[in-house]
Write a protein of this length. Structure first.
Lengths: 306, 319
């Protein structure tokens, strides 16, 4: 295991972590502020990638398509809030699970109807498709570094929004004391609309950023959604700081586990049993981590309202 | 107007009418599915009975205990994998396989339940989903079971040495028999002291605690039992399909199990059976016309939630 390989895997872990953060931050606010379970957040990630792929192809410009794609995600978030989520805000969790599950089924099928079930690709412009060379045996794709930078930027932006603005104050108050906030005359429905649409935009942005790496498929949101759930459970519902730390933790543990579990296990086991047990253990690592965190702190690392 | 409707829905007669309506829809779906569907009728019956068993076990924790588990396909799939593992070792006696599968499903549910049941609401839903996904990925990465591709069951189970599962008709009969037994058992438990405490801790936890009960113990027992029962349905499904893959544990399947329970009505265990039969038969029917069955299901589901939400939210909020 060379140092360069370790560095590459750590960067991969951070990149996955920041993608997860983009998905989880909006989701955790929706959970926290409205006590709302949204399974369809992965759909918004998937739609974001499709918007970007389509608009980049249509406009012929990568950057224009990217910006338009994010705007389309925001619009989609607003439309979904108006048509579906608003009516579920006061319903029970079971209704929310059913209705948002229905949205997954509907959108996954609609998208495969329109674009086909196969994978689309987003081609990076040549300038972005290069790698950055750090040393003779250590170079890293530029786009992944951009994802890390974008994730950091969004984290900073969210921190400023939540800690320094009036809207952020309302979001913080709404996640811990929704009744009090409402009694003070704040339109909590409008607050929900803003938080929801913003979260949808971030999820779409995440899909857009991940699209060039993973390809764009109708079911691409499912895996990310469940990872984002793990992130939120580990970080604590309603806490953006928890989402950031949880996401980086999950991203690093998952990536490093997959990269090195077989090697580490072959120190203790025979080569062949390590080769079969390693991947299985690696794929379970983050869930074991989640279980450990929950055993110690049932409401996650950071309580709501941080 | 709506509150009047809600009042009526509360009454016994309304509940009976709903059952009658559902039964009618179910019968029509049954007939149409048999006539127009593209699946062999016996296989379809066996499949419906198997999923009814799984949905029944979910309805026990969801309807009686208020636990919205979004990972109920996991113990079901584990039951199928227990069948496969034992078959690989040449063990195929149905009673032995079923007993071991029950224990495996109950053990998985008990372990994950210990953590999940300490939480409520959105946490519980996410954690059950996450643990089910863990089981899914674990099975996907085990190369001895064929990884993501899955593996054919080398030999079907036998009942006292008889290769009964060789015909889908016998499988259907066994599944229906087990379904009947499970239904009888669950109705007994529901009416028993245990069932009352379980409902009480769901409907008013603080009162149940004040009366000296420990809700966690009751929930955990119910949750483990439901997991074991679900694993038994997995044994049957493995014997029916002859092929076991990680898709048995897919979280979409967990979602479909919830849909079955809600479709037939959460309050009564029989609803889960109706819902499962209805969904499996409608799926076969719609699947005969279009590949976009999920789209249809999604739209139907959306409509159900709209209608239910209007009535139910006036009755009582589900946790």
């Amino acid at each position: 295991m060379s140092l360069a390989l370790l560095a590459v895997q750590i960067l991969n872990g951070l990149e996955l972590g920041f993608i997860l953060f983009l998905v989880a931050s909006g989701l955790t606010l929706v959970f926290g502020v409205m006590d709302f379970i949204n399974l369809a957040h992965g759909v918004q990630y998937m739609l974001g990638a499709y918007f970007a792929a389509t608009l980049i192809a249509w406009s012929g410009s990568f950057w224009l398509g990217l910006v338009l794609g994010v705007a389309a995600s925001l619009l989609m978030g607003l439309v979904l809030e108006w048509t579906v989520f608003r009516h579920l805000a006061r319903a029970g969790h079971l209704e929310q699970v059913l209705a948002t599950f229905a949205l997954i089924l509907i959108f996954t099928d609609l998208v495969s109807m329109i674009f086909g079930a196969g994978s689309l690709s987003i081609n990076l412009p040549p300038l972005l498709a290069q790698s950055v060379t750090f040393s003779r045996d250590f170079s890293y794709p530029l786009w992944r570094l951009i994802i890390i930078a974008a994730g950091l930027g969004v984290a900073l932006l969210l921190w400023v929004l939540i800690a320094r603005t009036r809207l952020g104050m309302l979001v913080r108050a709404g996640s811990t004391h929704p009744q009090t906030v409402q009694a003070l005359g704040v339109d909590i429905d409008r607050l929900f609309l803003v938080v929801f649409a913003f979260g949808a935009m971030l999820a779409g942005f995440a899909g857009t950023m991940a699209g060039p790496l993973t390809g764009v498929e109708p079911t691409m949101g499912d895996g990310v959604l469940i990872l984002a759930f793990v992130v939120i459970v580990v970080g604590g519902v309603g806490s953006v700081r928890g989402a950031l730390i949880g996401a980086l933790l999950i991203g690093l543990v998952d990536t490093l586990g997959r990269a090195f579990a077989t090697d580490i296990m072959s120190q203790f086991l025979s080569r062949s049993s390590a080769a079969s047990a390693g991947p299985a253990l690696a794929s379970m690592l983050i869930y074991v981590l989640m279980a450990l965190v929950l055993a110690v702190r049932p409401s996650g690392l950071f309580a709501s309202g941080d | 107007m709506i509150s009047l409707k809600a009042q009526r829905l509360k009454t016994f007669f309304k509940a009976e009418q709903t059952t009658a309506l559902l039964a009618a829809v179910f019968l029509i779906a049954l007939l149409a599915g048999q006539v127009l569907g593209n699946t062999d009728p016996t296989t379809l019956l066996a499949r419906a009975a198997i999923f009814a068993l799984a949905a029944l076990s979910l309805s026990f924790i969801l309807g009686q205990g208020g636990m919205v588990s979004l990972g109920h396909a996991a113990p079901m799939g584990l039951g199928a994998y227990v069948t496969l593992t034992l078959a690989l070792f040449g063990i195929k006696d149905f009673f032995l396989v079923t007993a071991l599968a029950f224990m495996a499903g109950a053990a998985f549910s008990a372990l994950t339940g210990l953590i999940a049941l300490r939480t409520r609401g959105v946490y519980f839903i996410m954690i059950t989903l996450a643990f089910a996904q863990m089981a899914y990925y674990a099975m996907s990465s085990l190369s001895i079971f064929g990884g993501t591709d899955g593996m054919a069951l080398p030999v079907r189970s036998t009942v006292l040495g008889w290769p009964l599962f060789r015909s889908d008709g016998a499988t259907a009969l066994i599944a229906l028999l087990l379904l009947g037994l499970a239904y009888g058992g669950i109705m007994r438990v529901t009416r028993s002291r245990f069932g009352m405490v379980l409902r009480a801790s769901h409907l008013n936890e603080s009162r149940a605690v004040a009366l000296g009960f420990e809700p966690l113990t009751y929930r955990l027992l119910a949750y483990s039992f439901a997991g074991g029962l679900s694993a038994i349905s997995g044994v049957l499904l493995a014997n029916l399909t002859d092929y076991i893959s990680p898709s048995f544990l897919d979280w979409h399947r967990s979602g479909e199990l919830i849909v079955m329970v809600v479709l037939g009505g959460v309050a009564r265990p029989f609803g889960a059976i109706l819902g499962a039969f209805a969904l499996i038969y409608i799926e076969s029917l719609v699947g005969g016309f279009t590949q976009y069955w999920n789209l249809v299901l999604g739209l139907v589901l959306r409509a159900i939630v709209l209608l239910r939400g209007r009535l139910e939210s006036r009755l009582r909020a589900m946790p």
